[in-house]
Design a protein around this ligand. Structure first.
Ligand SMILES: Nc1ncnc2c1ncn2[C@@H]1O[C@H](COP(=O)(O)OP(=O)(O)OP(=O)(O)O)[C@@H](O)[C@H]1O
Ligand SMILES: O=C(O)c1ccc[n+]([C@@H]2O[C@H](COP(=O)([O-])O)[C@@H](O)[C@H]2O)c1
Length: 222
């Protein structure tokens, strides 16, 4: 059988997979730096929701972190690449970095939908419960909930019952995801580097070495 879209030979069962609806995970974050908390969330979502792939989307300019000093988008992108390179179902996109201006999730979802046409795609926006609770303050939150599932991963300090406080229009799109709790945050990693403490086993060693090589987060590096 010839696949008309790709022009190559495919087995019948391969073709039916190819034409089935895609389930794409989108893991958005500032990733300053990326750490094992992010990677565990993405992997758990991939497996438990039977996703086709998870795309990591480092934010260009996070709209809610305006007053904070953030590492350059290029360095955050490189660290994210290093962290996901050994996982064949993890991908990365520069969509928010290249768009410029504040990074809004609804703009990203609208743009990404065009990538998959004419195929149908179901988006799963993956994020922590802390971020989901802030969602009513984001740009067009009800529209996000209309075009994507919102996967709310557990995180130390937050629990699923807090999601009850969300407006119904958002709540109906939320899929709670229990993951093994890891009390790791980018803030804690930055604090440790500045204090000269070890960050070993908080994040992939390649990312750890990159941080030291580029002198990120050290008091002198700022
Ligand atoms: N340890 C973790 N467990 C579960 N979810 C997490 C964890 N760390 C981050 N996340 C989620 O990943 C998403 C992206 O996180 P982000 O890049 O802001 O990392 P962060 O560690 O929260 O950073 P910061 O400490 O700088 O605020 C957020 O939705 C956040 O809730
Ligand atoms: O769309 C918005 O207005 C919006 C506001 C705040 C955060 N977000 C997204 O939420 C994700 C987690 O953000 P952060 O800053 O906690 O890493 C990331 O993908 C951000 O782009 C999106």
């Amino acid at each position: 059988m010839i696949d008309e879209e790709r022009g190559d030979m495919v087995l019948p069962q391969r073709r039916s997979n190819f034409m089935s609806r895609l389930k794409v995970g989108i893991m958005g974050g500032t990733f300053d730096p990326i750490h094992f908390g992010h990677l565990v969330v993405a992997e758990e979502a991939y497996i438990s929701l039977n996703l086709s792939e998870v795309i990591f989307v480092p934010t260009g300019s996070p709209p809610h972190k305006n007053n904070k000093m953030i590492t350059s988008a290029e360095d955050r992108y490189i660290m994210t690449c290093m962290a996901i390179v050994d996982n064949p179902h993890f991908k990365i996109s520069k969509i928010e970095i290249e768009r410029g201006g504040p990074s809004h999730t609804i703009d990203t979802l609208r743009e990404m939908r065009h990538w998959y046409l004419p195929r149908e795609v179901e988006f799963f926006f993956i994020t922590g419960i802390d971020a989901v609770l802030q969602m009513p303050l984001w740009k067009e939150p009800y529209e996000i909930a209309r075009v994507a599932h919102i996967v709310a991963a557990s995180r130390p300090g937050y629990n699923v019952s807090q999601l009850e406080s969300l407006p119904e229009e958002i709540k109906r799109a939320v899929i709670p995801l229990e993951i093994p709790l890891l009390a790791i945050s980018s803030t804690e990693i930055r604090r440790r580097v500045a204090a000269g403490q070890s960050i070993r086993y908080f994040l992939p060693w390649t990312v750890e070495h990159f941080i030291y090589k580029r002198n990120l987060y050290s008091l002198e590096g700022r």
